[in-house]
Design a protein around this ligand. Structure first.
Ligand code: CAA
Length: 258
């Protein structure tokens, strides 16, 4: 598969997607988002891939949805084509863990893309925000829903209503970001984290991801029940037998991802 606006490659058991539209600060038009979706399809279908990293450039993870492409949309253009939801949801439906490695701007749809991922690792140069209010619109790819879950209502309100950006340190304090690293080590750190995850049992990793997502998608009791059922199901995997046997036998586990 050849791509024009992203680069998709593999590093061991990690799939790496690099947004590659530098002149527009990786602004997310339909083509970029479709290419991300196609790359994710490939990585999901590949048993040799256990985790995925999405990154951008030094200057921008992504500066948002492509403003030029949507500037003249009518309501009907947006509604009928299910603008945003139609192809962006693919990131959310990925069952393998996805890490966003963010340097520079993650604004609007760029921040929303990062929040669709499971873990955000930020360079110390990263800046996050939802500036749609300045354009006379509002976040359309989950910003008003995922940001309050990540940083709480007060800060989400402030960021979405003022359009101000927060730097990496503030984003980490607020809980949006798992870890901040020096910019020149961002990719290395993100790949190492993805590599660690990809070294574990894939079905177990998928169960953990699905279970944690339940914490954000329903009530506590439903989430606890789901977690218990998946926990019980983990005993049906060969990797659980191997992982626990290895601990008891004081050796390294040899996960076969089944
Ligand atoms: N869409 C399209 N093009 C964009 C873009 C975007 N979101 N962001 C930047 N670009 C383009 C600029 O138009 C410019 O192109 P030209 O060189 O052809 O003029 C190029 O990228 C470089 O940008 P700047 O010259 O503006 O760079 P800067 O360093 O001075 O500023 C910035 C950087 C603060 C990120 C500024 O570009 C900016 O404010 N961008 C828009 C951010 C934004 O509003 N994002 C939200 C979009 S709406 C959205 O995302 C809706 C949603 O919820 C899905």
């Amino acid at each position: 598969m050849t791509y024009e606006l992203i680069i998709a490659e593999t590093r061991g058991r990690v799939g790496l997607i690099t947004l590659n539209r530098p002149k527009a600060l990786n602004a997310l038009n339909d083509q970029v988002v479709n290419e991300i979706g196609t790359a994710l399809d490939g990585f999901e279908a590949d048993d040799g891939i256990g985790a995925i990293v999405i990154t951008g450039s030094e200057k921008a993870f992504a500066a948002g949805a492509d403003i030029g492409a949507m500037a003249s949309f009518s309501y009907m253009d947006a509604y009928k084509n299910e603008y945003i939801t139609r192809n962006w949801e693919r990131v959310k439906t990925c069952r393998k863990p996805v890490i966003a490695a963010v340097a520079g701007f993650a604004l609007g749809g760029g921040n929303e893309l990062a929040m669709m991922c499971d873990i955000i690792i930020a360079a110390d140069t990263a800046r996050f925000g939802q500036p749609e209010v300045k354009l006379g619109t509002l976040p359309g790819a989950g910003g008003t829903q995922r940001l309050p879950r990540a940083v709480g209502k007060a800060k989400a309100m402030e960021l979405c209503l003022t359009g101000r950006m927060m730097d990496a340190a503030e984003a980490e304090r607020a809980g949006l970001v798992a870890r901040v690293v020096p910019a020149d080590t961002l990719l290395e750190e993100a790949l190492a984290t993805a590599g660690t995850i990809a070294g574990y049992s894939l079905p177990i990793v998928m169960m953990i991801k699905e279970s944690i997502n339940r914490a954000f998608e329903g009530g506590l009791n439903e989430g606890l029940l789901f977690e218990r059922r998946v926990f019980h199901a983990s005993f049906a995997t060969n990797d659980q037998k191997e992982g626990m046997a290895a601990f008891v036998e004081k050796r390294k586990p040899d996960f076969r991802h089944d």
